[in-house]
Design a protein around this ligand. Structure first.
Ligand code: NAD
Ligand code: UD1
Length: 355
């Protein structure tokens, strides 16, 4: 059992990973400012891990009675929020999900992205160093690869981000390489996620985007639900089998289990800097996804073919071989399960956690 700090643990990927880590026996301290999430997600994590009842600790903070899950409202950019967490008890490792992730928003508000994603990571690393914790799993992204020259994409592919969001992920990856090189005690994993989608099969946890989603999966779910009239398909003239964009969609529970396996490796092996793609190695087109979701939901999904979206690539597919070799991990859930679980979440929570 490890004592772990999870930044951004109330978010989409963080909440599912918290559940996987609790089920693996770990004890968690979550820090989140709820900029893009709701406390309800963590209450449901506690419920799914059978950790109730909850006890208030003041200022919106709470814990489960057995102290296996502690939740603090706070900001990764604030040492006054971080330092007490390291002072209260030894932290064996940090999983750092907190960040901003919308590409279009990053183009409009680059300062916010550099501040939260880069300055927030610097602040966290400083607090870790001061608190004597040198084990970190970082949420990186396949967006680093920009327009890839080859698919499947190996980790050695050139890093060529094409928007401010990707630039901030590249900057933190470089920062982590510099930190790892500065002192051999650091155990750091940079995990490059492909396209995380779906939800916990219970329908209790899922993605709850604030405002208009930009990613395809929540949009398809909302069209199937009748909340939006039509899905716009961005480009039908890509050099792919059916002309629509191809992506490597990864079930969020597979991703969560990938984090659990990564942490186990970091804690078991000698200190190192590990860089891994987390994806399935399978590509699916927009039309594949629409058809699979229509089959899973039994609902019509009207589409409208439109122009390519600026910044998109034809295809992005992981070479997942390194993760398989190093972690003994691979995705287990395919497109039908992805759509089934995404639909269960959408149906049970048409307004997300806010209902
Ligand atoms: P999310 O927005 O659902 O979760 C991020 C969490 O961080 C939220 O709970 C948010 O409230 C919190 N947060 C934001 N700023 C914070 C701050 N200053 N201090 C403390 N907490 C803060 O996003 P997600 O999809 O779960 O993504 C998690 C991480 O994975 C992010 O770093 C993201 O860039 C990365 N990532 C996501 C995807 C994806 O498609 N979802 C793909 C690749 C990488
Ligand atoms: C996008 C971001 C990427 C980020 C990732 C996860 C861009 C250009 N890329 O990736 O940096 O890491 O989200 O947050 O924004 N599509 C439609 N109609 C829609 C929405 C999407 O046809 O309404 C298509 C896209 O053209 C693409 C596929 O669906 O082919 C997946 O899109 P999306 O879910 O936005 O993910 P990415 O573009 O891969």
């Amino acid at each position: 059992m490890a004592n772990l700090l999870i930044t951004g643990g109330a978010g989409f990927i963080g909440s599912h990973t918290c559940l996987a880590l609790l089920l693996a026996g770990h004890r968690l301290v979550v820090l989140d400012n709820f900029a893009n999430s709701r406390p309800e997600a963590l209450r449901r994590v506690a419920e799914l891990a059978a950790l109730e009842p909850l006890q208030a600790r003041g200022c919106g903070d709470w814990a489960t009675a057995d102290q296996r899950l502690l939740v603090h409202q706070g900001d990764v950019r604030a040492r006054q929020d971080l330092d007490p967490l390291f002072a209260a008890e030894p932290i064996d490792g940090v999983l750092h999900f907190a960040g901003l992730k919308a590409v279009a928003e990053s183009i409009a508000q680059p300062l916010a992205y550099w501040d939260v994603n880069v300055a927030g990571s610097v602040c966290l690393l400083q607090a870790m160093a001061a608190g004597g914790c040198r084990t970190l799993v970082f949420s990186s992204s396949a967006t680093l690869y920009g327009h890839p020259e080859q698919v499947p994409i190996p980790e050695e592919a050139p890093i060529r981000p094409i928007n401010p969001y990707g630039q901030t992920k590249a900057a933190v990856e470089q920062l982590l390489a510099d930190v790892a090189a500065s002192q051999p005690a650091w155990r750091i994993a940079r995990l490059r996620y492909f396209n995380p989608v779906a939800a916990h099969p219970s329908g209790r946890l899922g993605e709850d985007p604030h405002g208009m989603p930009s990613n395809i999966f929540p949009l398809i779910s909302q069209v199937a639900m009748g909340l939006r009239p039509v899905l716009e398909v961005f480009g039908s003239d890509w050099p792919t089998a059916d002309g629509t964009g191809v992506r490597d969609y990864i079930h969020v529970m597979d991703l969560a289990e990938g984090h659990s396996a990564t942490l186990a490796l970091l804690l078991a092996e000698a200190p190192q800097l590990l860089t891994l793609n987390l994806g399935s190695g399978q590509g699916h087109s927009v039309l594949d996804l629409v058809n699979a979701f229509a089959a899973a939901s039994g609902q019509p999904i009207p589409i409208r073919l439109s122009a390519r979206r600026a910044g998109d690539s034809a295809a992005s597919i992981a070479d997942p071989g390194a993760a398989e070799r190093r972690l003994g991990w691979r995705t287990r859930r395919g497109l039908a399960e992805i759509c089934r679980d995404g639909w269960a979440w959408q149906q049970a929570n048409p307004q997300g956690y806010g209902a």
